[in-house]
Write a protein that binds this ligand. Structure first.
Ligand SMILES: Nc1ncnc2c1ncn2[C@@H]1O[C@H](COP(=O)(O)OP(=O)(O)OP(=O)(O)O)[C@@H](O)[C@H]1O
Length: 232
């Protein structure tokens, strides 16, 4: 099992108040699958994703990604895990404003162990003709394409996407979802994506509905729908 989480718990303390955010999460995802996490605001989606990505740590429970027990890693090893294995895509693209498209991708490629070819990645996201532009010269959808290119150039085992279409209009959202599906098929990248949009769940192999820190529903889709055919 590629992602294997059992009885994961996480709470945050601020002053005298403790908030139990994850209350015993169990989840599994196979290598090469697309998983989608749905759930209301505050249900713990980003916390779960941040723990899987090595940005945060669980308090207890087992979190294994491709056989690596990440809850047991010290800080340095957790940083190595994140650098070597994880690509992140967020709602806001976080591109470096004074670097071109190509340079934004190069920054990550230069520090990766076995990066993909930059031109190949630019072609995969259909941005090769705009590689000398700066982020401010791009639309939101184009900027998200670049941030996906930047996330995949290191050839990550796991691509974590937190509301990747949250700031985009309908047609652009669909084209970004289609691109993520293409990345999954072309590179075999396992993808886990957070969304508020339940319609998107049709493109995933597995759907996890989070409610108040537990997985309230875990569905396997026998047939997945191409993103360009999903309407909402
Ligand atoms: N670093 C932190 N310190 C204290 N509380 C936190 C921290 N991070 C998250 N929380 C709390 O944990 C709960 C879950 O947050 P999380 O961001 O995981 O939810 P979410 O499901 O991703 O929500 P949204 O859809 O609004 O992004 C919230 O009540 C939030 O306030």
């Amino acid at each position: 099992m590629f992602i294997d989480v059992s009885n994961l718990k996480k709470s945050y303390k601020s002053g005298m108040v403790t908030t139990n955010v994850l209350k015993g999460i169990d989840m599994k995802l196979e290598k090469g699958e697309i998983g989608i996490i749905l759930g209301p605001s505050g249900s713990g989606k980003s916390t779960l994703m941040n723990i899987l990505g090595g940005i945060d740590r669980g308090d207890s429970g087992r979190v294994a990604v491709d056989g690596i027990e990440i809850n047991n890693l010290n800080d340095d090893k957790l940083t190595d895990y994140r650098r070597e294995n994880i690509g992140f895509v967020f709602q806001f693209y976080n591109l470096v404003p004074n670097l071109t498209v190509e340079e934004n991708i190069e920054v990550v490629s230069n520090i990766s162990k076995s990066p993909l070819n930059i031109d190949e990645v630019l072609a995969a996201v259909e941005m090769q003709d705009k590689k000398h532009r700066f982020p401010r010269e791009l639309s939101g959808g184009e900027q998200q394409r670049v941030s996906i290119a930047r996330a995949i150039v290191k050839n990550p085992k796991l691509l974590l996407c937190d509301e990747p279409t949250g700031a985009l209009d309908y047609l652009t959202s669909r084209s970004i979802l289609k691109l993520l599906q293409q990345v999954n098929q072309k590179y075999g990248t396992t993808i886990l994506m957070i969304t508020h949009n339940a319609a998107i769940a049709a493109m995933a192999n597995r759907v996890f509905k989070l409610r108040s820190g537990v997985i309230a529903e875990d569905t396997v889709n026998q047939i997945t729908v191409p993103a360009e055919r999903i309407e909402w």
